[in-house]
Write a protein that binds this ligand. Structure first.
Ligand code: GDP
Ligand code: MG
Length: 310
């Protein structure tokens, strides 16, 4: 008698790497169906890596969203790239993202920085899947030239075009990734666990996200948020209240004025949006108190970086 054998359960870690703004966080959020990694239209939003966990019947994938891989200037940027490179060493497979779309002349330019990133991926000798992101905004006919341009640069395990925005082909991408993870008797994390980021750290990320979104180009991404209080004393299983106080650190008085806004209007807007998102994340009421502080050149000081968990 023959019985159909179930394929083995697979579980492991996957790093999502690629240039800033290529769509890494958007993909992770789509996969997890929650607002876990922050997304803004500006590059370099993801400062630390975030672990998100995807659970399916036959596989569990733990994702690291990484700060963009690129040649970096300045201590903060260099530190971020180091985080991305270390992540590559620790995972079972790599998902490298590049953007769909060709130049106006129909050609695909693979930049020097991307070539460098591919070399870094190749050196690890791990299954590496190339994801071609943002397929929703590229005409079908332009996908082939993109595949052709990248095909020769590394022995990719698979090449999958997808859209993190619409979700198109994301299933295929996950299926392909799952196949290249080690067999495992059991999941690595409890299946109801979505992320290992402490809620406190996510609170800081949510505030920083709103600072960047609401102030647009006026505030550089070197802004930081320090959560000084995360008080769960009044939190209940079915809701309750969490009290959070945070300090928004900027580098100049002029930036402080922008973040606070006329009569405090900007800070109020930042606080309201961040609080609404936090209430959804934490499933309870949130009291969010925010202040703004100038700390000159904080991004160049190692102590500041360390305090912020970098
Ligand atoms: P990351 O820096 O690689 O994490 O990139 P993000 O996920 O933060 O996305 C950067 C920008 O690209 C944001 O404005 C996103 O809305 C946009 N974006 C990301 N994925 C897609 C996609 O699949 N399609 C389109 N059209 N835009 C996308
Ligand atoms: Mg990101």
């Amino acid at each position: 008698m023959t019985s159909k054998k179930q394929p083995p359960f697979r579980a492991g870690f996957v790093a999502i790497v690629g240039r800033p703004n290529v769509g890494k966080s958007t993909l992770l959020n789509r996969v997890l169906g929650e607002h876990v990694a922050i997304v803004t239209p500006r590059p370099q939003t993801t400062r630390t890596r975030i672990l998100g966990i995807w659970n399916a019947k036959g596989a569990q994938i733990a994702f690291f969203d990484t700060p963009g891989l690129h040649r970096a200037k300045g201590p903060l940027n260099r530190r971020m790239v180091e985080v991305a490179l270390t992540t590559l060493d620790e995972v079972d497979a790599v998902l490298m993202l590049v953007e769909a779309g060709t130049g106006p002349d129909g050609r695909v330019e693979v930049g020097e920085s991307t070539r460098w990133a591919i070399e870094e991926v190749a050196r690890r000798r791990k299954p590496a899947i190339l994801g071609i992101s943002k397929m929703d905004r590229a005409p079908r006919a332009t996908l082939l030239p993109v595949i052709d341009a990248y095909k020769g640069l590394h022995a990719w395990t698979d090449i999958v075009p997808f859209s993190g925005l619409t979700g198109e082909n994301v299933d295929t991408l996950l299926e392909v990734l799952g196949k290249h993870l080690p067999e495992s008797e059991a999941p690595l994390f409890p299946p109801d666990q979505l992320t290992d980021q402490a809620e406190r750290a996510l609170a800081a990320e949510y505030v920083r996200e709103q600072v960047m979104l609401q102030t647009r180009q006026e505030i550089p991404y070197s802004v930081a948020v320090d959560v000084e209080e995360f008080d769960e004393a009044e939190r209940r299983d079915d809701g309750g209240l969490v009290r959070i106080s945070g300090v928004i650190l900027v580098e100049r008085e002029s930036q402080k004025a922008i973040v606070i806004g006329k009569g405090g209007a900007m800070l109020k807007k930042i606080g309201t949006r961040a609080r609404e998102n936090l209430e959804r994340l934490l499933g309870c009421k949130v009291f969010l108190g925010l202040t703004v502080k100038v700390e000159e050149r904080w991004s160049e000081r190692a102590t500041a970086l360390k305090r912020l968990g970098l």
